[in-house]
Ligand binder design. Structure first.
Ligand code: UD2
Length: 345
C-alpha cells in the first residue's frame, strides 16, 4: 500500500478517485486549490472522504507543491481547469494552471521522485474521432460536412458520408481547443519527463464522464448534468445539431477504478489508455433515456439544429488497449447510472 498524492482530489472525478484509493487500502493526501469551493466558503471540500489528508494549494506554487510531495510514493494528477468552451476565453489561465502547473509538479519531483504518476488526459485531444470511408479506408482527419454544406456528418472528397468507428489511442491528435492543447501537453510532459527521472508514467484519456457530484449549474459541464438539471426544472433538453452526434459516456465510478488499476498494475507503466465504456450513444438517445429515468417522458427533447462552436460530430472509444493490457473494463450499467443521476439531481 502506498501514500498517494491526488492533485485536484476535491473535484468531481477527484473525490471518486480518493474513495477508490482509500477502499484499496492506500493512504491519500489531496492537494487542491478549492476553486470550486471558494464561493461556498468551506475550508474542507464538500464530499471529500474524512480519511483523506487535505492540503489547500495552487499547482503553480512550487513551495506548496514541494511540501505536498513529502513522504509521497505515487501521484495521481487531476488538477486542471476543465471547461472546453471557457478555455478559448481564458487562454492564459488554462495554459498556466494546466501546463505550467504540471511543469512545476515535475520540477519538484526531480528532487522528490515518486514510483508512478498517473495523469488525466482527455478524448478532446483527438478532435473528430476515427472514421472510415465506405471502402473501409481509415480517416484520421475527418472534416465536418457543414463546412462543405451537406448535412452534419463528415464526408469524403466525393461527398459520401464517412462512417464513425471506435477511436483507438494511435489516432493522431487534432487539438481544436486550448483545453485539448493543454491536456495534450500535460500528457506528453508526464510521459517524457517521468521516465527520465526513473518514475513510471501513465496517461488516461477520459471520455465523457458522468455521475453524481458533477457540477449542475456550470454551462460548460457535461451534457448529462445539463440535461438532468433542465428536466428537473421541467425544461426540455436542448439537442445541438440534429441530436444524432455520438459519444461514449463513462460512469465516474469506472473512471475512479481505472485510476486505481493504472496506479497499481505493473503493465500500465509507460502506457496511454482510452478510459470509456466502449459503448457509443447519440445525444438524442441519452436525452430520452434520462427522461425515462427521471419520470419525465412528457418532456420531449428539443432539436435546435445549431452546432456549438468547436464541437466535434462523433467520438467514441476503442477500449481494447486498457482491457488487454491492464484488464480494465467499465462495469457501470448506463440505465442504473441515469437512475442514480435522477436521484441525485
Ligand atoms: C467535452 C470534451 C471532453 C470533456 C467534456 C466534459 C471535446 C471534444 N471533449 O466533450 O474532453 O472535457 O467536454 O464533459 O472537447 N450537447 C447538446 N446539448 C447541450 C450540451 C451538449 O446537445 O445542452 C451535445 C454537444 O453538442 C455534444 C454532446 O452533447 O455533441 C456532448 O457534449 P459535452 O459538452 O458533454 O461534452 P463534449 O463531447 O463536448
Amino acid at each position: 500500500m502506498e501514500k498517494v498524492l491526488v492533485t485536484g482530489g476535491a473535484g468531481f472525478i477527484g473525490r471518486h478517485v480518493v474513495d477508490a484509493l482509500l477502499k484499496r487500502g492506500h493512504q491519500v493526501r489531496v492537494f487542491d486549490s478549492l476553486i470550486e469551493q471558494v464561493h461556498g466558503g468551506a475550508d474542507r471540500p464538500n464530499g471529500l472522504a474524512p480519511e483523506a489528508e487535505f492540503v489547500a494549494g495552487d499547482m503553480r506554487d512550487a513551495d506548496a507543491v514541494a511540501a505536498a510531495l513529502k513522504g509521497i510514493d505515487s501521484v495521481v494528477h487531476l488538477a486542471a481547469e476543465v471547461g472546453v468552451g471557457q478555455s478559448m476565453y481564458a487562454i492564459d489561465r488554462y495554459v498556466s494552471v494546466n501546463d505550467q502547473g504540471t511543469a512545476i509538479l515535475f520540477q519538484q519531483m526531480i528532487e522528490r521522485p515518486v514510483r508512478r504518476v498517473v495523469v488525466a488526459s482527455s478524448m478532446s485531444i483527438y478532435g473528430e474521432g476515427l472514421y472510415r470511408t465506405q471502402d473501409g479506408v481509415a480517416v484520421e482527419d475527418a472534416a465536418r460536412s457543414r463546412m462543405v454544406g451537406i448535412g452534419w456528418d463528415p464526408v469524403d472528397e466525393h461527398g459520401r458520408s464517412l462512417i464513425p468507428v471506435p477511436t483507438p489511442e494511435w489516432k493522431r491528435p487534432s487539438l481544436a481547443s486550448v483545453y485539448a492543447l493543454t491536456k495534450y501537453v500535460q500528457e506528453r510532459l508526464t510521459l517524457c519527463v517521468a521516465p527520465a527521472y526513473g518514475m513510471e508514467a501513465v496517461a488516461l484519456r477520459l471520455y465523457n464522464v458522468y455521475g453524481p457530484g458533477q457540477a449542475l449549474s456550470n454551462p460548460y459541464t457535461g451534457v448529462l448534468a445539463i440535461f438532468a438539471s433542465r428536466l428537473a426544472n421541467g425544461q426540455p433538453p436542448l439537442l445541438f445539431e440534429d441530436g444524432h452526434q455520438r459519444r461514449d459516456f463513462v460512469h465516474v465510478s469506472d473512471v475512479a477504478e481505472a485510476f486505481a488499476v493504472s496506479l497499481e498494475h505493473p503493465k500500465a507503466a509507460g502506457e496511454v489508455f482510452n478510459i470509456a465504456s466502449g459503448q457509443d450513444r447519440s445525444v438524442l438517445d441519452i436525452a430520452r433515456a434520462l427522461g425515462r429515468a427521471m419520470g419525465r417522458t412528457d418532456i420531449e427533447p428539443e432539436v435546435t439544429g445549431k452546432a456549438r462552436t468547436g464541437d466535434i460530430r462523433h467520438c467514441f472509444a476503442d477500449t481494447t488497449r486498457a482491457a488487454e493490457t491492464i484488464g480494465f473494463v467499465a462495469k457501470a450499467d448506463f440505465e442504473r447510472g441515469l437512475e442514480e443521476l435522477a436521484e441525485w439531481v
